[in-house]
Design a protein around this ligand. Structure first.
Ligand SMILES: [Zn+2]
Length: 83
């Protein structure tokens, strides 16, 4: 499954879940395939760091840091910062 297709399927499904769409047009099997495709892609771009780091913006201590190309997003304020 193409990544773009997977994202479109998940976006449509999410819109259905929150009531923006009337019809659930995708089979559960297709949703699973789309989730697997997107997760595989996301995991390629992330590094999971099992350490705590203090956010330079709100000083919140983040216990799980998700980084993409050495950038992290704070769990609380959602600001991005370099590590
Ligand atoms: Zn923060």
């Amino acid at each position: 499954m193409e990544l773009r297709t997977a994202i479109e399927i998940l976006e449509y499904h999410q819109e259905w879940r929150i009531g923006k769409r009337d019809d659930m047009i995708h089979e559960p099997k297709t949703i699973t395939e789309a989730l697997d495709r997107v997760l595989r892609e996301v995991k390629k771009k992330l590094t999971w760091m099992d350490e705590t780091i203090t956010c330079p913006f709100c000083e919140s201590i983040n216990t799980v840091v998700i980084c993409a190309e050495s950038k992290c997003a704070c769990d609380d304020c959602l600001n991005e910062f370099e590590v």
